[in-house]
Design a protein around this ligand. Structure first.
Ligand code: PGA
Length: 269
């Protein structure tokens, strides 16, 4: 399983340093710290904190058995050029970054990232050996109109029908299901609602990919994940981890989420 933090536009570089300074000891003090684990922690941080976070995490990883990874929250679809203010995949690669979040609903809604742009971003990221966590999810209106499945199918269609992406599913492309109505609202999808969508996404994958490849794609749930609900969410058969915004910004809640994941030992890693 994967536990991923999405810091969004939070933490100055000094605040990130403070957080990371406290994170190492907090993780080492957890009751689960003695478990060896193949679960993975990822921190998707603002561009300006990437290098600081990368360096701090190297230290935590060498002092523990953890494999914390650092990722960017976005990347431009072109490799270079006249795109003032943007950051390219080669720039991320040069920093040693291996992960990127693509298609978060805040990027789709506020920055008008279309299906076509997102497909291009995924392709460019993969060309530069970045691992992609691709986000999908419906709005409340769409859910109320019984359009959840149609929206998920539409959001995945471009990537799933691309022959270039096919070999990468389950290796360099994993997914996050984040219902927009649950993001930052404190209203979490019930474990049953989340499971229903995850199962549907898995069925979409199975239509286009071989069964073993389809089942190797991890699907993380995101949307108001908190220490008091992660257990029930991760206990669902098709939920393979969490993507966490608000609760990833406090060392206590973040360490507690990680502890719960490590303690759910009967789940596949
Ligand atoms: P939230 O954000 O946990 O604050 O709801 C999740 C996300 O947007 O990735």
């Amino acid at each position: 399983m994967i536990l991923a933090a999405n810091w969004k536009m939070n933490f100055t570089r000094s605040e990130a340093k403070e957080f990371l300074k406290a994170l190492g000891p907090a993780l080492q003090a957890l009751p689960s710290a003695k478990f060896s684990t193949s679960h993975e922690m990822r921190l998707y941080v603002p561009y300006l904190s990437l290098e600081t976070t990368f360096n701090a995490v190297e230290k935590i990883n060498s002092a523990t058995s953890y494999k914390i990874q650092v990722g960017a929250q976005n990347v431009h679809q072109e490799k270079s050029g006249a795109y003032t203010g943007e950051i390219s995949a080669p720039m991320l690669k040069d920093l040693g970054i291996k992960h990127v979040l693509i298609g978060h609903s805040e990027r789709r809604i506020y920055f008008h990232e279309t299906h076509e742009i997102l497909l291009k971003k995924v392709m460019t990221a993969l060309e530069h050996s970045l691992q992609v966590l691709f986000c999908v999810g419906e709005t409340l209106e769409e859910r109320n109109r019984q359009q959840t499945q149609a929206v998920l199918a539409q959001q995945l269609k471009h990537c799933l029908s691309s022959p270039e992406l096919k070999p990468h599913w389950g290796k360099s492309i994993h997914l996050a299901y984040e219902p927009v109505w649950a993001i930052g609202t404190g209203v979490t999808a019930t474990p049953e609602q989340a499971q229903e969508s995850h199962k549907y996404i898995q069925s979409l994958l199975s239509k286009d990919l071989e069964p073993t490849q389809a089942s190797s794609v991890k699907i993380l749930y995101g949307g108001s994940v908190q220490p008091n609900n992660i257990d029930a969410l991760l206990s669902q058969p098709n939920i393979n981890g969490g993507l966490v915004g608000g609760a990833s910004l406090k060392v206590d809640s973040w360490a507690s989420l990680w502890n719960t994941m490590l303690t759910l030992r009967n789940k596949n890693a």
